[in-house]
Design a protein around this ligand. Structure first.
Ligand SMILES: N[C@@H](CCC(=O)N[C@@H](CS)C(=O)NCC(=O)O)C(=O)O
Length: 214
């Protein structure tokens, strides 16, 4: 069937979240398992996903590259199911929080550990820092491509998605990673940080920080 969602993954990777959610939600997927890491073992995959990461879901015109988002998507693709918690239900806020927490806070340090304790044991800390800077730079490709034809990430308007992604670009500047950020993303960041609400938020935080010093 041509119209089944296609899930690209590697066995046992974070893609398992997506495969598992598809099974739970009864979504009939075309699962395509790649050798790991696909950027080296299946370089043609970079044409489908320039990030080279797994999982990736292609569903009609839509592409998704975040395993937790894909799990939520499967849980709600044809309307809310018991696999997701809908706005207004008890624990909706916790559901959102844990869904994001899983990757942003928990698997992130696991990834750092695996890279330098298992896969690239020979690298010292200085080299590890350089490897991470390069990794960060490579991972900007998805937002760079997305923003090549639009001013904001979603729905032709400023949304929380711009806040979430924008913060990473703001952080890059403050921690010395800005030479890794392409000019187009710096322009995007300027657009975000020109917003009154951003300036107000920074001013409020700064006032709070100063108050601590008094
Ligand atoms: N936040 C993404 C991370 C995706 C990711 O980093 N996947 C790893 C496998 S678990 C990968 O593809 N690594 C290979 C690479 O970066 O080249 C997600 O949860 O899907």
């Amino acid at each position: 069937m041509a119209d089944r969602p296609v899930l690209y993954s590697c066995a046992g990777s974070r893609g398992l979240r997506a495969t598992w959610a598809a099974q739970e939600a009864g979504v009939d997927i075309d699962l395509r398992i790649l050798p790991f890491p696909p950027r080296h073992m299946a370089p043609e995959y970079l044409e489908i996903n320039p990030l080279g990461t797994v999982p990736m879901l292609v569903d009609g015109d839509c592409q998704m590259t975040e395993s937790c988002a894909i799990a939520h998507y499967f849980a709600t693709r044809s309307g809310y199911t018991d696999l997701a918690i809908a706005p207004g239900e008890a624990d909706y806020a916790h559901y959102c929080d844990y869904t994001y927490h899983a990757d942003a806070t928990i698997t992130f340090p696991q990834t750092v550990y695996m890279r330098f304790a298992i896969f690239e044991k020979h690298k010292g800390w200085a080299e590890a820092g350089e490897a991470y800077a390069k990794w960060f730079e490579k991972r900007l490709v998805k937002i760079e491509q997305r923003l090549a034809t639009r001013e904001y990430l979603c729905a032709d308007r400023f949304t929380a998605a711009d806040i979430c992604i924008g913060y990473a670009l703001i952080l890059a500047k403050s921690v010395g990673l800005d030479d890794r950020v392409p000019g187009s993303l710096k322009t995007y960041r300027d657009r975000l940080t020109a917003r009154e609400a951003y300036k107000q938020a920074v001013a409020r935080e700064e006032a709070g920080r100063k108050a601590l010093e008094e």
